[in-house]
Design a protein around this ligand. Structure first.
Ligand code: NAD
Length: 462
């Protein structure tokens, strides 16, 4: 795999300040496929200076011109989509067809949506005797995870650039090659030097330096709740804007009137997709007691079909974390229906698709985010019980509701304490705001709501 040995700062690949490197490992065969520099506070500082210097001109660039650069970026992502998919597959381990459809396809859609929004968004409006302007916040520090390596980057960088902000990106240490490829596409798209900068490195070193840098105006972070809390505290102390996209433990609520087979089948697919490494995955399936046994059978059959067709999880640490959650489920008395803690292959960071039945709402596997291919099926007695269980975690990122008619499903969904709900298997919408209630986060990504995170408001009175 191609790897740059420098940082992309001020429009060029520059040598890193230090000599440490990070090994990039293919999770399928555990082989090292590349090395990238491990950035330090000095690299972060150089990148933030470049972003600051580029900010006034980019902020003053007419939105239509920013839109044209984003459209060019989208076109280059399209032209390089096979390379993107191969890179994500090499460093994340996801099967190639999934990488092509989702890891390459979704960022292309999101980049396209921001090319359009930059051209059409009302950055100025009249309110009575005032003119209200939406102005870019300034320099953005973006910190992203590995689970959807390019999507997480584009979901921050595209709206930031559309708004007129400049960016320093610190991508996840497990998937830096996709980030380097993205930096190449930014350069090809003719986005001016300094508007986008990339510093690869470790979270507690480069990530922390970026989150704490006094000349960063907004920190946009996606990752674990533990790190998000610290970043939020740091930003709060500096009275700095912060956007946090954190963990989830979403509920898939199957009401008695639903098409049970469809709801269970889609629900299992949702959890197994990307080897369970999806923050919005519906990892708790809630089924009425009268349909419970049938649902468990359907889920077991659906999960078994996945067998070893799913990819590995990202690294050895994540593999042992997921396996220890499976052990915990067994210890706490849940019934293992499919899968289990044993690794299905000798090589690679694989975890068997796993289904637990007889999970009760207070069990660890029903409360904590596992981030692996593990489904918990929970029984409810009536609607009030289902609602209490669905809302009974610290998280509130996503969810699903299934019912015989949409009105019934919508009425239930409106009572869920969560940011995004799919009704009867609703499709992904790149313009729909995505983000959490409760400890799942602060702020929204995607569409116009995602763009407004990078804007601040000024009003002039006449
Ligand atoms: P993580 O929090 O360890 O890492 C995320 C990013 O933060 C990485 O780039 C990492 O290098 C950086 N980081 C780590 N420590 C840091 C620090 N002290 N200061 C600044 N940056 C630091 O999480 P992860 O292991 O990459 O991802 C798994 C977790 O992320 C899961 O809990 C998952 O739910 C969550 N996640 C949430 C979303 C969402 O949209 N809500 C998306 C993906 C992942």
């Amino acid at each position: 795999m191609k790897a740059h040995d420098g940082m992309y700062i001020d429009g060029a690949w520059r040598p890193a300040a230090g000599t440490d490197t990070i090994e990039v490992v293919n999770p399928v065969d555990e082989q090292v496929i590349g090395r990238v520099p491990a950035g330090t506070a000095a690299d972060v500082d150089a990148a933030v200076r470049a972003a600051r210097a580029a900010f006034p001109a980019w902020a003053a660039t007419p939105p239509a011109d920013r839109a044209a650069r984003l459209a060019a970026l989208r076109d280059i992502l399209v032209a390089r989509k096979d390379e993107i998919a191969e890179t994500v597959t090499a460093e994340l381990g996801s099967p190639l067809p999934f990488s092509q459809a989702v890891h390459a396809g979704v960022p292309i859609a999101v980049a396209g949506s921001y090319a359009e929004l930059a051209a059409t968004y009302a950055f100025e409006e009249k309110v009575g005797n005032s003119t209200v302007y939406q102005e870019p916040v300034g320099v953005v520090g973006a910190i992203t995870p590995w689970n959807y390596p390019l999507h997480q980057i584009v979901a921050k960088v595209a709206p930031a650039l559309a708004a007129g902000c400049t960016v320093v990106l610190k991508p996840a240490e497990d998937t830096p090659l996709t980030a380097q490829l993205f930096a190449e596409t930014v350069a090809e798209a003719g986005i001016p030097a300094g508007v986008f900068n990339l510093v690869t490195g470790l979270g507690p070193v480069a990530g922390q330096a970026l989150a704490e840098h006094p000349d960063v105006d907004l920190v946009s972070f996606t990752g674990s709740t533990a790190v998000g809390k610290r970043i939020g505290a740091t930003a709060g102390a500096a009275v700095k804007r912060v956007a946090l996209e954190l963990g989830g433990k979403s509920a898939n609520v199957i009401l008695p009137s639903a098409d049970l087979a469809k709801a269970v089948g889609v629900g299992v697919a949702n959890v197994m997709s990307n080897s369970g490494q999806t923050c919005s995955a519906w990892t708790r399936m809630l089924v009425h007691t009268a349909q419970y046994d049938e649902a468990v059978e359907l889920a077991a059959a659906a999960a078994e079909k996945y067998g070893d067709r799913i990819g590995p999880v990202v690294n050895a640490k994540q593999q042992s974390r997921v396996r220890s959650y499976i052990d915990k489920g067994v210890t706490e008395g849940a019934r293992l229906v499919v899968g289990g803690p044993e690794s299905p292959r000798e090589q690679g960071y694989f975890v068997s698709p796993t289904v637990f039945a007889d999970v009760t709402p207070e069990m660890t596997i029903a409360q904590e985010e596992i981030f692996g291919p593990v489904l918990s099926i929970i029984r409810y007695e009536d609607e009030a019980d289902a609602l209490r269980i669905a809302n009974g975690t610290v998280y509130g990122l996503a969810g699903a509701v299934w019912a015989g008619d949409e009105t019934e499903a919508v009425a239930f969904a409106r009572r869920l304490d969560t940011g995004q709900v799919d009704i009867n298997g609703g499709r992904f919408n790149p313009l729909a705001p995505f983000g959490g209630y409760k400890q799942s986060g602060v702020g929204r990504e995607l569409g116009a709501h995602g763009l407004s995170e990078y804007l601040q408001t000024k009003s002039l009175q006449f």
